[in-house]
Design a protein around this ligand. Sequence first.
Ligand SMILES: O=C(O)CCC(=O)C(=O)O
Ligand SMILES: [Fe+2]
Length: 384
Amino acid sequence: MPHAESYTEFTPELYPPFPSSPDFPTIDLQTISLKKIQDHDAAEQDRMFDACKNWGFFYLELPESEQGRVIKEGADDVCRVAEKVFQLPLEEKMEYRPTGKQLWGWVSVNIRACVIWDEGLIDDVYIYRYKMTGQTQVDKNRTPDTAEFFNVAKNEMIIPDKDMTRKWPKPVMDNKQLFAKYSTTAHSIGLQILDVLARKLGIDPEEIHSRHRLEEMAGDHVRMTRGPPRKSIEMPEIQTPSHTDFGTITILMNWLGGLQVYGSPNHILGNLDFSDSSDSSWLWVKPKPNCAIVNLGDAAVKFTNGVLCSGRHRVVPSPGEQGKWPRYSVVYFVRPNDECKLKALKGDGVPEGDVDGEDGGGEGINAQEWIFRQAERLRTGRYN
Ligand SMILES: O=C(O)CCC(=O)C(=O)O
Ligand SMILES: [Fe+2]
C-alpha cells in the first residue's frame, strides 16, 4: 500500500498485475480499435458487431484516437476527483442522496404511477447522485453491497452554472469542465459505435441519433465508484450485484480486476438474477492497458428486439494482491432520452414482434421509467 505521506488512494502505477492463475479464469473479449471504427474499417466493424451479438462486451483500444485519449486521460483525472468526493464526511455525502422516504414508499405502486410524480423528485431518484454502501442486495440472503457511487449527471455538467438545478459537491463543481468534456466525448464515442451497429441491422442511424441527443434530458451520467479493499482472502463480499446496465451503451474505465461477466451470454432483458453467486459461474474481465471496456445495455437489446446482447455482470473485490487496494472505476452510461419509448426499431436485421414481451402490446415503457424500475428492483432484491 502507498505510504501515508504520499497517500492517495488511486495509485494505478503501484497496482500489482492481475494474477495469472487458473483460480481466476478470464473472459476472452475482442479488442476493437476506436481509430479503426472512426476510419470506417469494414473488418473492424464486423468484429465489433459480432462481439455485440455475442457477449455484448468488448475492449475498446483508445490511444490512437484523439477522443480515445480524452477518455483515457480524463478517466484518471475523474478518479482524482472521485477520491476527494469519497473522502468527504459521510454526512456531507448524504446531502446528495436521493430524496428518501417518498421514494421508498413508492415500491409497490405500479411503474406508471411515477409519471404523475413531482418532476423534481423523479429527477433526484434517477440521477441518484450519492449511493452509499449497502443500498442494494447482492444475493438471496439479502447481503448488502459494499460499493459507493457518485453519479454526475451529463445534463447538469454541459449547461451554464446559472441553469443548473442540483447542488453538487465542491470537487465536482471545481472540475465541471472535466465532467462536461468527459461526458460529451463518451457520449459521442457511444453514438459512433451505435451508428455502426444500426447500419449493420438496417436501422436508419437517425433513429438512434434522435433518441440520444446530447442536450436532451436523459439518465446519462459519469459514475465514480469506490469499492473497499478485500477483507479476507476468500472474497465473500460482492461490491456491486449482478445486473445488466439500464441504458444503451456503457464506456467503462477500470484499473484493477473485480468486474465479472456471467459465464454464458445473457439474452434476457433487464436480467438482475443474482441467484447464482457461486464463483465458478463467473468470468473475470481483466483490465487491459489503454482500453476501455464497452458493454451494451437494456435499451440496445430492446431497440434490436434481442439481436444485440447485454451481458450480465457484477463487481467483486479485486483478485489476489490487487485486493489490498481500494478499487475505483469510472463509468459513462449513454442512455436514451427520458421520454424515449423502449420499443424495437425498424430494420432488415431486426425481427418483427416483441421478443421479450415487455411491451405488453402497448406503447412501451419509457427510458426514465425503465431506469427507475430497474433501480428499484436492485434496491429491493426483487428481480422478477
Ligand atoms: O466498476 C466496474 O468495473 C463496473 C461497474 C458497473 O458495472 C456499473 O456501475 O454498472
Ligand atoms: Fe454495470
